[in-house]
Design a binder for this molecule. Structure first.
Ligand SMILES: [Zn+2]
Length: 684
């Protein structure tokens, strides 16, 4: 591992934060905290913490000695001064006199001494930072260090790797007791550059931000070199890999897994839906394909706070090409949940009063495929997958050097059920369509992109499909988050099937489809070339049929129902002159919707349509509006608002109708009319 330190950038950071009223120490602190945070082999997802001892001014302008230490909820990669709340240092040092201090009292003491009472809670490792005398302190869970400290003979190994440069601290859960053990270890070895926290991570310190940072990099580099000498085949640590590219096996296995996980989840109460993020980088594959994977998966996480992201380890599923994969996967999930409940029972009596968390896995290992993160959203699944990759990288290196033996089950339980750790996960109320995967076709158009945004605003993961892949990508950027953009020609069944396989591989499955792609073909029927009529049917009827068939393959693999929504048109029930080629295809689509509603009801797949009219879109562009308004002798505004409600109907209104249809649990075979009111187009 190389140092990325730059005096020039450190000074620039200090100058930047000085302009915001922060002193030089804080500027240097933010610069080096971010340097550590941007390297996933050092720090991941809120892991690691940093501090600086400096002065601040109180209300009277008097200088106060403070500890600026990472606050909870901040990530080192993007941390700002507000992410290092100031705590009065003197009262924290007094705490060292105590024999013991409960977590609640520790948090209370930290909060009491915050200069800003609205600041986030200081890190649970704040006292460890406070007790050490050094101005700058850095703490990480570096992969290479964990590979060496998660060993039976870690202390001897540490001596071999780092010599007299470090002192070791035995495993103790973060908090007051660890802080005391760490300061005692340093006082007994005041010349060391850092402390090795066995089965946990590494701590370095220094008088300058640079000294502490360079020591961290140097200690981690020594561990990487030590491992490389013993396991040259492994190569440098490269984390994390992007989500796995779509593969036939991924798109077959994941929806089955998602359905079986939902079935298991249902027996414990909601939520049932989960989102996946599959990784298939070389190390993940190497681990997933090992014959001893089932045993390795039970050893534990590489550093204790990962337990809240991935539980103690992944559920191990059958090889991707195994016969009757569903039965094998369901049995593995059931076993995982049973084992989890047994683990809870083993330790709950000792700790008392704990409420069991759900017994579902957050990581799935599939030989032949890789590791899938499981989360309440794509972002949450990505965190689990990232942590899973770090686990794989640590485990492979630990096994290459000796034996991967991380913190034991009892300590892991204490960590998992520690209120201060669970607080990191947050308990925000979920949006109505959170955990849903929604595919929208024609997603680059006015209605399609508005629909994708509307579903995303309700918490859904969205896949945007459009004939124009670049336009789908642009529309996806307006949706934000983990939106997936795909080029898809709905008139080509192979293209549609590939798109739905890609959705299943990316998110693990599918819940709602908005089959929206369409375009008007105009001309009087008497003179219309047959090829034009067929072209309209290819797009406005068969296109929807292709989408429905491809979507059903995924929905049926899940066996959990779903929603198929079609953009029909008022033309289906209220034809307009010269729109025959479009209207007859849409009338057939309306019949198709009803047919699917009839045939899929027993499977819990709801099928509905939205009939919209007079929406500004590719079908009704500015010249067309001007021409129609002129033909009727009204203004454009009057034309657009020519309905019972007297208001223009927008693409956003249509999008809301699709959202409503997706949420209407007892409605199938229905038509949601979105035209501001038009008696001639009313359903009958
Ligand atoms: Zn830690």
């Amino acid at each position: 591992m190389l140092s990325l330190w730059s005096d020039q950038w450190a000074e620039a950071a200090a100058a930047h934060y000085a302009a915001h009223g922060e002193n030089e120490d804080v500027g240097q602190r933010i610069y080096s905290a971010r340097l550590l945070g941007r390297e996933p082999a050092l720090v991941m997802h809120g892991g690691g913490n940093t501090s600086v001892k400096t002065t601040a001014r109180d209300l009277y302008g008097e200088p106060v000695e403070v500890l600026r230490v990472k606050g909870s909820g901040w990530d080192l990669a993007t941390i700002e001064p507000a992410g290092h709340p100031a705590v009065r240092r003197a009262p924290l040092l007094q705490l060292r006199r105590l024999q013991a201090l409960s977590d609640e009292d520790m948090v209370n003491a930290l909060r009491q001494n915050l200069l800003d009472s609205a600041a986030p809670n200081p890190s649970v490792e704040a006292l460890l930072h406070a007790f050490l005398p050094h101005r700058f302190v850095d703490h990480t869970h570096a992969v290479a260090v964990c590979a060496l400290v998660d060993q039976p003979g870690a202390e001897a190994l540490a001596r071999e790797v780092w010599g007299e440069r470090v002192a070791c601290v035995p495993y103790i859960m973060p908090g007051f007791a660890l802080a005391k053990a760490a300061i005692e270890a340093w006082e007994a070895n005041p010349d060391v550059e850092g402390l090795i926290l066995l089965k946990h991570g590494v701590l370095t310190f220094g008088e300058t931000a640079r000294e502490s940072y360079e020591r961290m990099i140097s200690l981690v580099d020594a561990s990487e070199r030590f491992i490389a000498a013993r396991a040259p085949a492994l190569g440098p640590i490269a984390l994390p890999a992007p989500s796995a590219p779509a593969s036939p096996q991924a798109s077959q296995c994941l929806p089955v897994l998602r359905g079986e996980l939902a079935r298991l989840a249902a027996s414990f109460g909601p939520p049932e839906r989960w989102i996946f993020d599959l990784r298939s980088g070389p190390e993940v594959r190497q681990l997933a394909d090992r014959a001893d994977l089932p045993e390795l998966a039970r050893r534990g996480v590489s550093t204790p706070d990962h337990v809240i992201r991935t539980k103690a380890g992944p559920v191990v599923l059958p090889p991707a090409d195994a016969a009757d994969w569903r039965t094998g996967a369901a049995a593995a999930l059931e076993r995982f949940a049973q084992d989890y409940r047994a683990y809870f029972e083993r330790h709950a009596a000792r700790t008392g009063g704990k409420q069991r968390l759900d017994p579902l896995p957050r990581l799935a290992a599939i030989p032949g495929l890789g590791l899938a993160g499981i989360g309440r959203s794509a972002a949450d699944a990505a965190v689990a997958a990232d942590v899973g990759e770090a686990w794989a990288a640590t485990l492979l290196r630990a096994e290459a050097v000796g034996r991967f033996e991380p913190v034991g089950e009892a300590d892991l339980f204490d960590m998992e059920y520690w209120s201060l750790e669970q607080a990191k996960l947050g308990k925000t109320a979920e949006k109505r369509l959170a955990r849903h995967v929604v595919a929208v076709t024609g997603a680059a158009g006015a209605i399609g992109s508005a629909t994708a945004r509307a579903f995303a605003a309700e918490g859904a993961e969205v896949a945007l499909l459009d004939l124009d892949g670049a336009a789908a990508t642009r529309a996806g950027q307006s949706v934000g988050g983990a939106a997936l953009a795909l080029a898809c020609d709905v008139t080509d069944p192979a293209s549609v099937r590939a798109a739905f396989e890609a959705i299943a591989a990316r998110f693990g499955g599918l819940d709602v489809v908005v089959s929206n792609a369409g375009a008007a073909v105009t001309g009087a029927m008497a003179d219309l070339p047959e090829a034009e009529l067929r072209r309209s049917f290819e797009l406005n009827f068969f296109g929807h049929q292709h989408v429905a068939q491809a979507a059903l393959r995924v929905l049926r693999a899940q066996r959990r129902g779903g929603a198929l929504l079609f953009n029909v048109s008022k033309q289906a029930v209220n034809p307009g002159p010269d729109f025959g080629a479009y209207g007859t295809a849409k009338a057939a689509l309306l019949a198709l919707m009803r047919q699917y509603a009839l045939e899929l009801g027993a499977e819990g797949v709801r099928v509905n349509a939205v009939n919209a009219d007079r929406i500004r879109s590719g079908l009704l562009d500015a010249p067309a509006i001007a021409a129609r308004a002129a033909a009727r002798g009204v203004s454009e505004a009057q034309y657009m608002a020519g309905n019972l409600l007297g208001r223009e109907v927008t693409a956003a209104d249509v999008a809301q109708a699709f959202v409503s249809a997706a949420l209407a649990q007892a409605t199938t075979g229905g038509v949601f009319t979105v035209d501001g009111g038009n008696v001639a187009a009313m359903m009958r």
